[in-house]
Structure formats: structure tokens, C-alpha cells
Design a protein around this ligand. Structure first.
Ligand SMILES: Cc1ncc(COP(=O)(O)O)c(C=O)c1O
Length: 421
């Protein structure tokens, strides 16, 4: 594929930072005489050893070269052993169908998304985004001088009819694009659905027909409650049009701030220039820690860890559903989440949830998220709230959500009186 039509003017102007290129060469060949870079001398770093204890009690000590690599600048594409491990990981889980792909380390999936939007969506041009959508993405794209086309969803994922409509409207105007569709297919934030295989196939076919790229932002890939691992869009990609964003936040640690983009090499090369000129690279320490852990773990260890995550969150989801069935029957509707960390609750007896959240729940010390923030236009009335089940204790679920239900009933009764009067 020729990617030049997808790359924005700003991104095309990015040129290689030669210091970064030579740094990459130096890190691969530490015996070379390195006058080129501006490395601070690691002897002056006030750390002599970093030691971590893993969940199973085993220890990892970072000393000597490992310590140096953890504390020093590194290559902008990422820490080489981590990149190698991640390429193997992607082959195991997605078996990409084309050869010309590579990976880029990022400071979380969010950094990858931010950079890809800037790289791929030209000023004044449209981009299709799943709706509702994670607020972090909206915060990123709303201020950009681009057109946002919200593509609605059902349980199976974004609606093909709306993608077709958006693309056909452009064609009728004699314009190309939209060039990009953003989706969050597993345990989608905020609704908790998992895109069906059939829907993914349909979406991919549309991407081929209308020639757009797909940003597959998939931080909850392993946090699902299905019997079978869903097949990713990357694994269906024969052309090189899926840009996959992975995250270590839910798999290992959110504070390490580490993610990976897997995409066609021309996209990765451009992305790397963007990283070079912004963050330089994600934290070396985070990359070394994750890399060492992945080296320590066998495939079976990874799978056991994933199973633990799934069992843990499924138990929490089930507990929250129990509380919902107990307190919210007749006042709200929801679909049982198939993945992720959230229940997307529709408060059927109220026209809008803003007052419920701000005037009733916040004063009682119960913080729930109003659904408005997951849409481009936050001013429109919204009946949804997002409830996160990842952290609150079972006891607090009962305590907090019973208060929410009580408040809804009170407000619904007041609404009834108002409508009569
Ligand atoms: C859909 C989605 N994308 C991206 C992110 C951010 O992930 P990361 O921590 O890897 O930046 C989140 C986190 O909540 C998310 O829900």
C-alpha cells in the first residue's frame, strides 16, 4: 500500500533526528566510541541497584549494564529486547498476514493514539470514531481542527451502515476519505461490549472498499469474559491497514506508562520520528522491567496471568451485576459487560443524569460518571452513567449503588409530580 495519501503535511515534514539514529547504533554497539550523543554520565546517577519482586516472589535485580540501560536514554523505537519480545508476542496472538509490519514503544496506548491522529488526519478532514468513545480520546481529538464523525454502536460493534453513510457522503461531494476509523473492540470503554467476529470482518471489508485505515485501540484485549480469545482486526489484515494499539496498563501496570503500536513499517517509521521529537522514548526503566518479566515468563505463564486477570474482573463484574439486579430493576437497563471494567447503565426513568450525578450522588460521596462525557456534544441530555467495577470493594458496591438507586427513585418521583403539576 502507498501510505503517502494518509500522512498529514505536518507529519511529512518530520525529519530524522540524527542524534537519535546514532544513539540507536551506539546502543546496539556499546564498544563504539560515542562522541555523538548528549548522554549524561550514568556514574552520576544516584542509583546503585534496582530490585523488584514479582508476584510469585521471585526477584529481578538491575545492576551493571541492565541498570545503565534502565536509567539512560535509549533508542526511540524502544528497548530492543522488548521490541523483539513484543514482535514474538504479536505473532503468537495475532499472526499478522503480511510481512512488512513492525512495532513502536509508546508511553501507553493513549500516546500512540494521539500521535496517530496527528499523523493521519489533516486539518479540515474527517475521522470516524466509535461512539460512545473513551473520554481520553475525545479530549485529544475535540480540540483538533478536524471533523469528527461519530459512528454509533450496537452489541456487535460500530455500525457498518453508518460507516457506509459517512464514506458515501464524501464520495458524493467528490472528496476522498474519511481516511481513518477509530475502534476499541474488546471490552469497549464505556459500553463493555466485545465486537463480534462477523462485524470485524464487515468493518475490514469496508476499510478495503473505501480505502481507510483502522486504529484498533485494544487495551482490554485480555480482559474479557468470553470462552475464546476474540480474533483481532490486525489478525485479519492482509493489506496493512490496521494500526494496532496495545497497552501494558491492564496487563502489568498502568503507572509504568507503556504501550506498543503494531503497524506497517512506513507508518512505524513516521511514528518514530514523532516520538523522537516529543517524548524521545517511553521510560527506559519501564521498558526494561517489562522486557525482563516477559523474558522470565513462559507462554504458559503469560496465559496463566491472563486467566487470573479474567477470573478476577469477571468476579467483580458479576458482583456488580448482582447489586444492579437487586436495586435497579424497573429504573435502569444495562447489558452485561463482555469485557473491560465498566457497566454502561441507562437510567430509563430520568431524561438526563447530570443532576443525579452532581446534585445527588456527589454530595453523598458516591462518584459515578455521567454518560455525556463519552460523546462529542456533551451538552445533549444523556440517560447513561458509567460504573467502574475494577476497584470498589463488594461491600462498597452495595453501599454506594443502593444510594444511587435511591436517588434515582427520589428524582423520578419528583419528576412525576412536576409533570402532573
Ligand atoms: C479505550 C482506551 N484507550 C486507551 C486508554 C489508555 O491506555 P494507556 O494507559 O495504555 O495509555 C484507555 C484507558 O482507560 C482506554 O480505555
Amino acid at each position: 500500500m502507498d501510505y503517502s495519501k494518509f500522512i498529514t503535511k505536518i507529519s511529512k515534514k518530520r525529519k530524522e533526528n540524527f542524534i537519535r539514529t546514532l544513539t540507536g547504533i551506539y546502543m546496539q554497539n556499546p564498544q563504539s566510541l560515542f562522541f555523538a550523543g548528549g548522554f549524561p554520565n550514568a556514574d552520576m546517577f544516584p542509583f546503585k541497584e534496582i530490585s523488584v519482586t514479582y508476584g510469585d516472589g521471585s526477584q529481578q535485580k538491575l545492576v551493571d549494564r541492565d541498570l545503565f540501560l534502565s536509567l539512560q536514554y535509549g533508542p526511540s523505537q524502544g528497548f530492543s529486547p522488548l521490541l523483539k519480545k513484543w514482535r514474538e508476542f504479536q505473532i503468537k496472538w495475532h499472526s499478522p498476514k503480511y510481512d512488512n509490519w513492525d512495532v513502536q514503544a509508546t508511553t501507553g496506548s493513549i500516546e500512540g493514539c494521539s500521535k496517530l491522529f496527528e499523523m493521519l488526519v489533516e486539518e479540515g478532514e474527517p475521522v470516524m470514531i466509535q461512539s460512545p468513545i473513551y473520554t481520553g480520546i475525545l479530549a485529544m481529538v475535540k480540540p483538533m481542527p478536524i471533523e469528527l464523525i461519530e459512528i454509533g454502536m450496537d452489541d456487535d460493534g460500530v455500525l457498518p451502515s453508518q460507516i457506509i453513510k459517512a464514506c458515501e457522503e464524501r464520495r458524493q461531494k467528490g472528496k476522498s476519505g474519511p481516511n481513518v476509523l477509530y475502534v476499541n473492540p474488546t471490552g469497549s470503554n464505556p459500553v463493555g461490549n466485545v465486537y463480534s467476529h462477523e462485524r470485524k470482518v464487515e468493518i475490514y471489508k469496508l476499510a478495503q472498499k473505501y480505502d481507510f485505515l483502522i486504529m484498533e485501540d485494544d487495551p482490554y484485549i485480555f480482559m474479557h469474559f468470553l470462552n475464546k480469545q476474540p480474533q483481532s482486526l490486525l489478525s485479519m489484515d492482509v493489506d496493512g491497514r490496521v494500526l494496532r494499539l496495545d497497552s501494558f496498563s491492564k496487563l502489568m501496570s498502568s503507572g509504568l506508562r507503556l504501550g506498543m503500536v503494531t503497524a506497517p513499517k512506513p507508518i512505524i517509521e513516521r511514528l518514530q520520528l514523532h516520538v523522537q521529537s516529543s517524548t524521545i522514548h517511553p521510560s527506559s526503566l519501564s521498558q526494561v522491567l517489562v522486557s525482563k518479566l516477559l523474558e522470565t515468563w513462559s507462554d504458559e505463564d503469560v496465559e496463566a496471568h491472563i486467566s487470573r486477570i479474567q477470573d478476577f474482573y469477571k468476579e467483580r463484574r458479576d458482583e456488580m451485576l448482582k447489586v444492579l439486579y437487586k436495586h435497579f430493576a424497573g429504573i435502569a437497563e444495562w447489558s452485561d459487560p463482555k469485557g473491560g471494567m465498566f457497566v454502561w447503565l441507562k437510567v430509563t426513568v430520568l431524561d438526563d443524569v447530570r443532576d443525579l450525578v452532581m446534585k445527588e450522588c456527589v454530595p453523598q460521596g458516591v462518584l459515578i460518571l455521567p454518560g455525556h462525557v463519552f460523546y462529542q456534544d456533551e451538552t445533549k441530555p444523556c440517560q447513561y452513567v458509567r460504573l467502574c467495577y475494577s476497584q470498589v470493594s463488594f461491600e462498597d458496591m452495595e453501599k454506594g449503588l443502593s444510594k444511587v438507586a435511591e436517588s434515582i427513585r427520589k428524582m423520578a418521583a419528583e419528576k412525576k409530580i412536576r409533570s402532573k403539576g
